[in-house]
Design a protein around this ligand. Structure first.
Ligand code: UDP
Length: 376
């Protein structure tokens, strides 16, 4: 069974690496890694760290082009890649342009699609944009939906996806943490200080929100005398410029990153809390018992909030500073969050996915996705 795995961004690499490993360890699968190079530098850094040498690397899109032009570029190249390697199944993950292009190019060739991390929704096409739209498209076209939680599976049912096409597996990002974190120790603390980590990179936070959050970090530092703030900066040059302009040289604030994945986990392990708009980080932090304050107005991971491992705090300067100061000065609250149970699975989602695929193909099910979707 030739299985094309399509990935082009850091989170896709992190979350599909264990799926590739589980398929390679199961009899009957020949995984082929197709790298779309959507996030050229971060994608490469993560592939190298996780020891993945792509079978096929596409020519990176011109980052100056429009979203539509970049999308078309990736679609065209994926179509050629599928022609060349003739996969029996295409696996995509999450909600990036690579995810949607990977699914659409496969659908056009009547190749079945399996979607890992299926069913996440904010039900607001504007936020996050374009990710909410991309995952809705993939939700319509995929033949198999691997939902990380029951909550995500319920979203798919609500959108008319057939019950027997949806499987609750856990999140494969937790598998990556399990596989990587075994040999990882927490980064040593600066004497006498508690550490919080901050990441902020999503498109909806590129404008004023970034300045508000950076201002809030100064307020948190001023109100909590024993806190050290480590800002893990993204590769995006415009974001970096503003982060450095406002935080560089500030006492008890450090700017690092982008970090290699194991170094990121080691830093995360050393923190008492994390402030982040990242999707993957919301799933990883609870593994280490690190409470997450989500720097967004809405999240497609509400189960984390319901479970008590995360709180949605928005991006206003006052709101972020107040929520962080409360958490840092109320140890009972922090303890409650850090002990809450993660809803994102036990770290064996990829093995479940490999088992399900084995059974599906033994039953000869996913042969022509168009007929199947019509039948549904
Ligand atoms: N990550 C990393 N180095 C960093 C920051 C994040 O390896 O400096 C990892 C992190 O552990 C997680 C993933 O990148 O697995 C999250 O990616 P990102 O925040 O870029 O995207 P999102 O999850 O929001 O789609």
């Amino acid at each position: 069974m030739r299985v094309a795995i399509v990935a082009g961004t850091r989170p896709e690499v992190v979350k599909l690496a264990p799926v590739r490993a589980a398929l390679a360890a199961s009899a009957g699968f020949d995984p082929i890694w197709i790298s779309t190079e959507q996030q050229a530098a971060l994608n490469r850094q993560t592939l190298t760290t996780l020891g993945i040498d792509p079978d096929l690397s596409l020519v990176p899109p011109d980052n100056l082009g429009s979203l539509g032009a970049r999308f078309a570029h990736v679609m065209g190249q994926l179509d050629e890649a599928y022609e060349a390697c003739a996969p029996d199944l295409v696996i995509v993950q999450g909600d990036t342009s690579s995810t949607a292009a990977g699914a659409m190019a496969a659908f056009a060739r009547r190749i079945p699609v399996a979607h890992v991390e299926a069913g996440l929704r904010t039900f607001d096409l504007a936020s996050p944009f374009p990710e909410e739209g991309w995952r809705c498209v993939v939700g319509q076209l995929a033949d198999l939906h691997f939902a990380p939680t029951g909550f995500a599976a319920a979203n798919l049912h609500r959108q008319g996806v057939r019950d027997d096409r949806v499987f609750v597996t856990g999140n494969t990002g937790v598998d990556s943490v399990r596989l990587t974190a075994a040999g990882i120790t927490a980064e040593p603390l600066t004497a006498g200080l508690r550490r919080i980590m901050v990441t902020l990179h999503r498109r909806e936070n590129w404008g004023e929100a970034l300045d508000h959050v950076l201002g809030a970090l100064l307020d948190i530092r001023d109100h909590v005398p024993d806190v050290e703030i480590v800002f893990v900066a993204h590769a995006n040059p415009a974001l970096r410029q503003r982060v450095f302009a406002m935080l560089e040289g500030q006492p008890r604030i450090r700017i690092v990153g982008p970090l290699e994945y194991p170094d990121f986990l080691s830093l995360l392990k050393s923190c008492v809390a994390i402030l982040s708009d990242s999707g993957g980080v919301q799933e990883e932090a609870p593994v280490f018992g690190v409470p997450v304050l989500i720097l967004r107005e809405s999240t497609e991971r509400m189960e984390a909030v319901t479970a008590g491992v995360a709180r949605l705090v928005g991006v206003s300067r006052h709101g972020v500073a107040a929520a962080a100061c409360l958490l840092l000065t109320n140890e009972d609250e922090r303890h409650k969050m850090s002990k809450a149970l993660s809803p994102f699975g036990d770290g064996y989602a990829s093995e479940r996915i490999a088992d399900i695929l084995t059974r599906q193909y033994a039953q000869g099910l996913a042969v022509d996705p168009v007929e199947r979707l019509n039948a549904g």
